[in-house]
Design a protein around this ligand. Sequence first.
Ligand SMILES: [Zn+2]
Length: 290
Amino acid sequence: MIIDSHAHYEPRMLDLPGMIEKLDAAGVDKVALIPCINDLLPETPERLLALARTLSRSALTRPLVERIHRALLTPEGDLKLSGQVISVYARPDNESVARACEAHPDRLLGWMFLNPRNNPTVLDELEALRVRTNMIGVKLHPHWHDYRTGIAMPLLRRAEELGLPVLIHLGFGPRGDYRAICSAFPKLRVIAAHAGVPFYDDLWRHAKDHPNLFVDLSSPYIDEPLARAAVRALGAHRCLYGTDAPYGFHDADGSYDYGAIRGWVERMPLTTSERERVLAGNAAELLGIG
Ligand SMILES: [Zn+2]
């Protein structure tokens, strides 16, 4: 069994029939989908991603990466990259994911992508979405939605009450205060996206005292050595296979390459049962897949 805990529904790159075909070919049993958050953007060159990883891993140089990120934001909260403005969606289209889940309830699960910034009805959105087929948890992106995680506390409290896990792409500093979240909600299962970007080792160390903190191993935000380091630091029981598909890794024909991150996991020095946990068991438990 293989469960992809972090992928996007991005029909402008991969439509629903195309996705199901790719999943069949790759032997992926289930995928937890997130609606897209932005207009399609040019792929970030690997050398820049590698530089961001290296600088982010030390608390001393992490502020440099934050400064670069802030320089790319417009006052409206969009991104400007090489003279082009890329829209960031304040309200990601959860309806598209809910419908995809309804069409393929045996394969697809949905993350409810919520944004508490300037949003007095965010708790109502959660209540309306959580009753839809296979909506299994809350996705937050304080990094690109650009808010301090303090304002997400009421939403996180409700998720904890409901037993819903939260997948969070942490921002810098107060936009990614995983320490405050883990302390305030010890029963909330928190999955830090992309191995805990941008905190990595600091977050892994913190997880030692906080058994409710997990990471996914998705996206070219990380690479094979970093994924391996995360599993070594946290243990296999706290790491979830994920892809960030269809962004990132491409096949020879330009479509998404499901083998890339799977290869990282398959090459890790793990026992069979540890590998099974990373590829499916942890996600099955956290996402409530029976
Ligand atoms: Zn993602």
